[in-house]
Ligand binder design. Sequence first.
Ligand code: NDP
Ligand code: 2IT
Length: 452
Amino acid sequence: MIYEEIKHILKDIKECSPGQDEFYQATREVLESIVPLLEADSRYLEQNIIKRLVVPDRTIIFRVNWVDDRGVVQTNLGYRVQFNSAIGPYKGGLRFHKSVNLGVVKFLGFEQIFKNALTSLQIGGAKGGSNFNPKGKSDNEVMRFCQSFMNELYKYIGKNRDVPAGDIGVGKREIGYLFGQYKKLTGDFDGVLTGKGLNWGGSFGRKQATGYGSVYFAQEHLGVYNNSLEGKTCVVSGSGNVAIYTIEKLQDLDAKVVACSDSTGTIYHKNGIDLASLKAVKEIHRESLKSYAKIHPDSKFIDISHYPEGGHAIWHIPCDVAFPSATQNELSLIDAKELVKNGCILVNEGANMPTTPDAIEYLQQNGVLFSPGKAANAGGVATSQLEMSQNAAMTQWNFEEVDIKLHQIMKSIFKVAYETSIEYKNRGNLIVGANIAGFKKVADSMIDQGAV
Ligand code: NDP
Ligand code: 2IT
């Protein structure tokens, strides 16, 4: 009966959002996994909570014109999807990548609702971005793009209304240009964006937060099975903000990271990734990982085109723990089979929805522990909320204070996801645990606030 109702709602979503495959994938995972809760409590279906949750409060789409270095006017699309504000102001990142479209922004915004609820902080769910491709653009071009993007976005955001942050292609540089333009347009210096520079309202620890948080989560997860990260061989996909600080914390904890990747290929460094070189190549020079292989001739660069039949080189490298930390659907069934064959014990998602549904099913059937992104990567947004808190109090905590809070938040997210999985008779299935715990908090708040 409840399965029928869910199937019906999913069919409606598919019909109403044609071509939005990622959004459909994200809603399907959440809706199918909360069935045990819907069976136990009839209020959610009676009050139409699910149908209300899968439609954003509002979707803003706008044109962004900007002038490139040759003086030519370029045009991109800008998006902000304000999904749900039941538990706090809209909160979520901005993604600048050529693959951004409405379906991608909606999937990210939908996931953000439950992730933010899991942090136990007062933040609603949103996401935004643009199909602007920052690759090969000069700083001035990025600046002009960000200014034009903010010329429209500023109308819809505010420190108590909607607080964007970074995501793929949006880091401290872009947040700076966006913040500068917001200030110019409104005259207000306030915490309307997070991920700001440390001199102008940023929080210590925000840069590290998603990666460190992901590792803290993995540590808690392995701890339940009397295991730990110490001495483990790890692979971390991506080599951006999340991946770099995942690697840093893993190395702090004496795990060995032997591989990372980017959009051009994979680095396999059997002796262990050298973090200083990685930061120089990716954070400072914004180059391909091919440059890393030039610095370290004992490492191997495997081109992205290596597996034309599907699958990604990084998941073929034997590891104990895999941290997909680049992008959505980057770990497919073919990859899951390789991980199982090579004895991987945990897949811990640093990215949003990096593992395809059939890959997740295969990993779970084969006894691989699985940490879903909306729980494991919540440290970034949680620390963004700590930034908002510091801004509101006009204060700045030191790195240790923020890191202790982050560690505590990750422990409690793990605990609530794990305990909820037990309560709903799926011990250890953190997809069920995280989705039910996040959903329940948002849905109960919606019921409290009436049909608005
Ligand atoms: P960055 O832009 O800093 O880094 C992204 C990395 O992934 C880059 O190395 C990039 O390669 C690679 N990558 C991106 N898209 C693709 C693709 N289509 N194919 C292959 N490689 C790709 O982003 P973040 O590290 O911030 O984000 C990574 C993931 O983590 C995303 O899923 C994001 O949504 C998620 N996330 C981020 C948070 C944050 O605080 N930043 C918080 C929670 C989740 P290249 O270097 O060649 O561009
Ligand atoms: O996916 C995410 O949680 C982020 N990109 C971070 C969002 C935020 O508001 O810090």
